[in-house]
Write a protein that binds this ligand. Structure first.
Ligand code: SAH
Length: 362
């Protein structure tokens, strides 16, 4: 089955049942069991559609390993805990994280490694990447299936892949943005009958001009709340890294990436990656609703520098060739520079019992 078949499948569904929500479109494109984007391929790296931070440099996962190790020590070195990653991609972050965290063998002895991943193709890649790791991963389809107990959880570029809904301000209030068919049978955007409950509207939306778009991400919020509940009940820490905004803002952030370039969102269903910016304000509120304490988020650049990115780069480059040192300097730039991933990406830490988590402020 090819992805143009997915376009046809979507068109047939719209002809039969009417326009679909953006959330429905996103979920189908990314996770259709036969032709979904993540289900069928390994999208990362120079040959794929995009490159994530752990694929830029091992330093990223190593520094997150340092965060996890410190969190484990701060928890009083529990005898057992669940080390969870949501959406592990190629498994690179976890492999690098475990190398650093293994500096304390008790960490590995106490940890159960839980990978939450829906894609069979990526599960295979993750198992291969972690072949020599000190822990054997157990795979889960959903976070809710992960066993109980203290939790140390990381998620990098996971929440941006979860479906969003969009609402458009019209003369008749906020109405849900939908995807239907044009007269020529092509997928096209339209406005549906669904409405946003006024009580859900943030103050930023008052006086918004017609045509303004507001996004919601109920699937992401439900997971954040569940993480908050687990953290409050069993203790632990969570680290959520993604691009997005710290304060609720209006605007259309839905984007498609196809072979490293921006693409029309409706052009290649199932063949292009679809993402949306994460609303960290709402995500933090959901986690707090579950009982956890969100700490003030940091930008990725600041987070990595506080954890010792420059020191790690220096150590990694010492005694290496000029070319290797140059590549390490490039990686530092990409991960932390404001015009690269440094400020667009945000890091949210959640604490189970409200205690401090280095390197975050209270
Ligand atoms: N964290 C990785 C990969 C990010 S891409 C990195 O930084 O490189 C998003 C990942 O989340 C992929 O592994 C994808 O298969 C997975 N994923 C997307 N939607 C998911 C869902 N609903 N449940 C579980 N995993 C999901």
């Amino acid at each position: 089955m090819t992805a143009s078949v997915l376009k046809e499948k979507l068109a047939a569904r719209i002809r039969a049942h009417g326009p679909i929500t953006i959330a429905d479109y996103m979920a189908t494109c990314l996770a259709d069991p036969e032709v979904g984007y993540y289900i069928t391929r390994d999208p990362f790296g120079t040959k794929g559609d995009f490159t994530t931070a752990p694929e830029v440099s091992q330093m990223f996962g190593e520094l997150i390993g340092a965060f996890c190790l410190q969190a484990y020590l701060d928890l009083g070195e529990p005898d057992s805990f669940q080390l969870v990653e949501l959406g592990p991609g190629r498994g690179t972050l976890m492999a690098d994280l475990l190398r650093t965290a293994s500096l304390r063998p008790e960490f590995v002895e106490a940890a159960g490694l839980c990978l939450v991943e829906t894609s069979p193709a990526l599960r295979k890649v993750q198992a291969k990447t972690l072949e020599k790791a000190p822990l054997v991963p157990v795979f889960y389809d959903r976070f809710a299936d992960v066993p109980g107990g203290p939790l140390i959880l990381v998620a990098n570029e996971f929440f941006d892949a979860l479906p969003i809904h969009q609402y458009v301000k019209t003369a008749d209030g906020w109405r849900e943005r939908m995807i239907g068919l044009s007269e020529t049978g092509e997928l096209c955007f339209g406005v549906g009958t669904g409405r946003l409950d006024d009580t859900e509207l943030p103050p930023e939306t008052q006086n918004a001009p017609e045509g303004t778009i507001l996004e919601t991400q109920p699937a992401a919020n439900a997971i954040a709340q569940e993480i908050g509940t687990r953290l409050a009940r069993h203790g632990g820490a969570a680290l959520i890294i993604d691009y997005g905004y710290l304060k609720t803002a209006t605007g259309d952030s839905l984007q498609a990436l196809y072979k490293h370039t921006h693409d029309d969102v409706l052009a290649h269903p199932g063949e292009a990656d679809l993402t949306a910016h994460v609303n960290f304000e709402v995500l933090a509120r959901a986690a707090r609703g579950g009982g956890a304490t969100p700490l003030p988020p940091l930008e990725q650049g600041e987070f990595l520098l506080r954890l010792g990115l420059l020191e790690r780069a220096g150590a990694l480059g010492s005694d290496k060739s000029h070319a290797v040192q140059e590549a390490i300097r490039d990686a530092v730039e990409r991960l932390a520079a404001p015009d690269q991933m440094g400020t667009l990406f945000k890091v949210l830490a959640l604490s189970g019992d409200g205690r401090a988590l280095a390197p975050f402020d209270m």
